[in-house]
Every structure is written in structure tokens, then in C-alpha cells.
Design a protein around this ligand. Sequence first.
Ligand code: G3P
Length: 233
Amino acid sequence: MVVVLLDQTKPNKTQKNMKFFVDTANLDEIREAADMGVLDGVTTNPSLMKKVGAKDLKAHIRQICELVDGDVSAEIIATTYNEMMAEAQEVAKIHPNVVVKVPLILDGIKAIKSLTAMGIKTNCTLCFSPTQALVAAKAGATYISPFVGRLDDISTDGMDLIRSIVDIYDHYGFATQVLVASVRHPMHVVAAAEMGADVATMPLSVIKQLLRHPLTDLGLQQFLQDAEALKNM
Ligand code: G3P
């Protein structure tokens, strides 16, 4: 086996820039998010691929990689170690920016350990507990994806999980980046930023909501009216 050293150095707090990923497989939405100039990457999953009818995963992921200069997570569907390794290596070949998304199950953890040793970036998905996140970091995952919205859906505070993972990773200096997933609204993003999470992946609608404020709209309207009135004075 060829061993490639993967640079998983985590930026320190002062260098850190919170990353925004868009959580979609829709090319128009990705294009629109990229046009805003604040997009750092994309996350997809089989449900998002189904939503856009993307049957050819490779071709679709390649198109996404051409739209965004940043990490693009593409999920594998195999669930046994050997099959996961084979599929992950195929997916990783699609484009240098591809991050292989691996489910947080025993064989997935083993696969993450091997893929990391081979220099392939991974996103460990479907994380719902601090213990799962700890194991994923020990295996060397590039990203851990805790699903906050789905925890909120079952009356458990999803952001408590983020706080716990950020604290645990900080204690030990794990390189694994905390990627807040299943984001449903701007307050998830605010809390993630306050906690120092590395990445928030969100639907395009939430990215747009981040910059909306009625006082901005009212203030702008007034300034424009006054500028117009000034012309006629
Ligand atoms: O990144 C994972 C995300 O797509 C899950 O979101 O809204 O299906 O819980 P949601």
C-alpha cells in the first residue's frame, strides 16, 4: 500500500476562518452560492442527489467541482470495509477537491483510517453523539458531520453536541474539522460561529437569510429617497 502524508494541519484560533459550504446537489443553487463570493465548498448526500435526479454520481460531482474552488463531499453507499475502500478510491479519483463522505459505522471508521493513511480526505457523516465524533477523530477523519437539525427534530439540542465536540477536539488538538450539518436556520450558524466550529453546511436559502435584516432594507430605502431629494434641492 502506498502511504501518502495527508496535511491535516488544523488552523489555530487566530488564523481560523469559518467556512461556509452549501448543502445541495443542485447546480443552479451551487452556482448562485458561489457567485456570492463567500462559498468554501459543497456537501452532498444520496438524498440530495435523488432530489436533482443525478443518476451518474461521477459526472455530477465532476460538474460541481468545476463550479466551486473548495472541498466537495461525495458520499459512498457501500457499507462493508472492502466495498467502501474500493468505492471511496473511485470517488476520490473524480477530482482533487473531492472529499469522500463515509457513514459513521464500524467499517466506515476502519475505512477512514485506511483512506487517511492513503492521503484521501474524508467526511465522517451521520454523527449524533460525542463518542462517535471522538472515534472518527481518532481514525483521522478530515471532517466530522454532526447533524444538528435532526437532533432538534427529536427534542434534543443539536448545538449542545457541537459544543461538546469542539471542546473535546480542542482538549487534544485533533485535526478533524467540525462541520455543522443539517443546518435549518441562521441561528444554527450563529451558535456554530460562537462555538468556533470550523464549517457550517447549509441550504442556499439559509446562506441568503444570513444577510437579511429589515432595518437594512428600510435604511437603504431612506438613504436612496434622500439622495434623490437632494438632487432636486
Ligand atoms: O449535510 C447533511 C444534511 O444534508 C442533512 O440535512 O436537513 O436532511 O437533516 P437534513
